[in-house]
Design a protein around this ligand. Structure first.
Ligand SMILES: [Zn+2]
Ligand SMILES: [Zn+2]
Length: 272
């Protein structure tokens, strides 16, 4: 772990403090887990089959998990059915029609039922240890982007939502990736300036309107991020509305290039 590159100040640190309850609960679970491990083997991430180490899939669940692989859209990472589907640009039709503000987006998993079994307890059920399990898969999918990134920056939660949920799952993913790859991160590089409604039921157009202008670069981080190459870390890329709003905010704040790395990607949407 390269702690020298870690950001440990500002709101990121306060956010971590707010997440103390969650970490305490997770710590207790880990401590409990350590105790139980002496008696019971660890369980698969998504079922109760015993596995070799915590955070692993059993063989059946691993087979069931769909990883995003090439060929895919060079811009949004949408999987292609066949090589060459993106034509000369390598882009899907949505990205050709309306290029997203980021340069390249990649995801580890296809967001299907199996990915939901992994991500819903992570997002809403205090299963914070899932971040460590997902990080190697994200590192594989985003290897080229991680190599070139100056800073990993997570999609922020609004502080009210952070209080309710106690941790930001995207920040946990960024931390796990930073630990695994040694890339530096700025946990509080972006600030969510207003709360947004849940995007789940909204159309693509409404999603984009809902998150437009919801993010800004934190003033105290502007100099640090200026002219840098930022890798935005998110849990699920759906239509790309949230990641797009974050990318626009980063670029408006002086960042040179934004790429996106998410744990999962909804396969039926192009990004807009
Ligand atoms: Zn399993
Ligand atoms: Zn695309």
């Amino acid at each position: 772990m390269r702690s020298g590159g870690m950001d440990r100040s500002g709101l990121g640190f306060r956010a971590l403090k707010i997440g103390a309850d969650a970490r305490w609960a997770a710590g207790a679970r880990w401590a409990g887990g350590a105790l139980l491990d002496a008696l019971l083997p660890p369980q698969c991430l998504t079922c109760d089959v015993p596995v070799g180490a915590p955070g692993q899939f059993c063989a059946a669940c691993f087979r069931r998990t769909q990883f995003v692989t090439e060929p895919c859209c060079s811009c949004c990472g949408l999987p292609f059915a066949a090589p060459g589907q993106g034509g000369i640009s390598g882009r899907c039709s949505d990205c050709r029609a309306e290029p997203p503000p980021w340069t390249a987006a990649r995801a580890a998993l296809l967001y299907d039922e199996q990915a939901r079994r992994i991500l819903m307890p992570f997002k809403y059920g205090d299963r914070v240890e899932t971040a460590r399990a997902l990080a190697p898969h994200m590192a594989r999918a985003g290897a080229a982007l991680l190599r070139e990134a100056d800073w990993l920056v997570p999609v922020p939660l609004h502080r009210w939502r952070l209080l309710g949920r106690r941790y930001n799952q995207s920040a946990l993913l960024a931390q796990a990736l930073a630990r695994l790859t040694g890339r530096p991160m700025v946990l509080d590089g972006l600030r969510r300036v207003r709360a947004t409604v849940s995007l789940g039921a909204l159309s693509r157009r409404d999603r984009r309107a809902e998150v437009a202008g919801a993010f800004v670069v934190r003033a105290s981080r502007a100099l640090q991020l200026a002219d840098a190459r930022v890798l935005l870390i998110d849990d699920v890329l759906t239509t790309g509305a949230t990641a797009g709003a974050c990318a626009r905010a980063l670029l408006a704040g002086g960042v040179a290039r934004v790429d996106v790395l998410s744990a999962a990607r909804v396969p039926g949407h192009g990004a807009a």
